[in-house]
Structures are given as C-alpha cells and as structure tokens.
Write a protein that binds this ligand. Structure first.
Ligand code: 1PZ
Length: 213
C-alpha cells in the first residue's frame, strides 16, 4: 500500500537489490516495488512529468494485476512469467492483437526505461558539480529510450527535461543527505540496477522477445 512505498532514493534502489535471487531469477514483487518508488520520486519532481509517470504507473498496474491474479504463481519471477506466457501463446509477437498487454511486452517497456535510468544515474554520479541535470538526462535518453519513441514523444520529453533542477538540487531531492552522500549511495546501488537489467536483457534475448510490439 501507499505507506509501505519506499520514501527515499536509497530505499528505491535497494528494492532492486532484493530482486535477484541466488539462482539469478528476478522477483517481480520487489521489481514492481522498486518501480513504484521511482514513480513516487518522479512525481515529487513536479506535474510536468505526469505524462511519464502515468504511462509507467499503468504498466506497473498491469503487472500487479497479474501478480495478484489467479495465475500469480506463474508471475513470481520474470523467468517463470516468460516461460508461462510463451508456452501458452499469450504473447503477441507481430502486432498487438489478442494479447495487447502481455506481461512480456509490458515489462519490456519498463526494462528499456531501466536502461535509461542506469545511464542517467551513472551520468549523474560521475558528473562535475556544475553539470546540468537536463543535459545528463537528454544524453542518457538519446542513448537509450529515445529510439523506441515517436518524434512527438521525444520532443515533449526533451522539453520537460529542461525543467529538471540543478545537479546538486537534484541530488538533494533524493533524500539521502548532501550531494556527496547521494553520489556514494548511487555508487553502491547502481550495480544492483545493472544486474537486474543484464539478467532481463539476457532472458529476453534468449527468447527473442526484445522487439515485442
Ligand atoms: C528524472 C527525469 C525523469 C525523466 C523520465 C525519462 C523518460 C522519458 C520517457 C517519456 C515517455 C513517456 C510517454 C509514454 C510513452 C510510451 O509510448 C512508451 C511505450 O509504451 P507503449 O506505448 O508501447 O505501451 N512507454 C515507455 O517507454 C515507458 C516509459 C517509462 C519511463 C519511466 C521513467 C521513470 C523515471 C524515474 C525517475 C527517477
């Protein structure tokens, strides 16, 4: 519920740490909790990003429905989800038709956004104090998510990035102390996001799911 959502960036990023099991399975519960925390953080940046958080939230809700539905056992991990949906023909591979909101295509959108997040946070972490958050954000967006978005979304997104606060102010909004503490926290937490991203990428590549419509 609302109260158990992570409140600071540390809790958000650490949620991704809890995603990966010893067998390198990705648990959907913590994955979606991490995402809920990211959305909450995004909302705190202002209404200008609500077109982003609405889309991400809709996808999280699709996944939460699977995870609490009649087939919840199949949706415990990304691996079991892929196995189940693929084996039962529940994934549209050519165009969205009978299964427009499969777990596989929905997670793929979040997965691509996670690549953006990884690049953005790494850029933020390694940037100089006078760097512009908007420039770091634009660079990481252009190097990842942008290629999946039509022109109009790219324009709206890039315009919204200009509203981002300065690097240090942004690091402060992460609620983990001053900019130095925030940077240290990012260094500690980024490997977990990378690992979730890498495992998912490999899983989707194996099943040829990386281009799902
Ligand atoms: C800190 C600044 C935050 C900037 C966020 C950067 C990402 C910009 C993405 C803008 C896209 C939003 C509009 C929705 C587009 C959808 O069409 C696509 C594809 O979904 P489909 O149409 O196929 O169902 N959706 C996405 O690509 C998912 C985007 C999720 C972005 C989540 C960002 C999380 C930010 C966390 C901030 C710390």
């Amino acid at each position: 519920g609302q109260d158990s959502e992570p409140g600071s960036a540390r809790e958000v990023l650490v949620a991704f740490e809890g995603c990966v099991t010893e067998q390198r399975d990705v648990l959907l519960g913590p994955y979606l909790r991490g995402w809920r925390g990211l959305i909450r953080f995004l909302n705190s940046l202002g209404a200008i990003f609500s077109f982003v958080s609405k889309d991400a939230l809709a996808k999280i809700q699709i996944m939460e429905r699977y995870c609490s539905g009649a087939r919840r056992d199949e949706y415990r991990t990304l691996q079991s989800m892929v196995r189940y949906e693929v084996a039962h023909g529940l994934v549209d591979t050519q165009r969205r038709a009978e299964h427009p909101d499969s777990g596989c295509r929905t997670v793929l959108r979040l997965h691509r956004a996670l690549r953006w997040l990884q690049l953005f946070l790494e850029g933020l972490r390694t940037s100089r104090e006078d760097s512009k958050t908007s420039a770091i954000c634009t660079d990481s967006y252009n190097a990842s998510l942008a290629r999946y978005h039509p022109w109009v979304i790219r324009k709206v997104a890039t315009a919204a990035f200009c509203a981002l606060p300065s690097r240090n102010a942004f690091l402060e909004t992460m609620n983990v102390g001053g900019p130095d503490e925030a940077v240290a926290m990012l260094a500690e937490a980024l490997p977990h996001i990378c690992s979730v991203y890498g495992i998912t990428e490999e899983l989707y590549a194996q099943h040829e799911l990386l281009d799902l419509p």
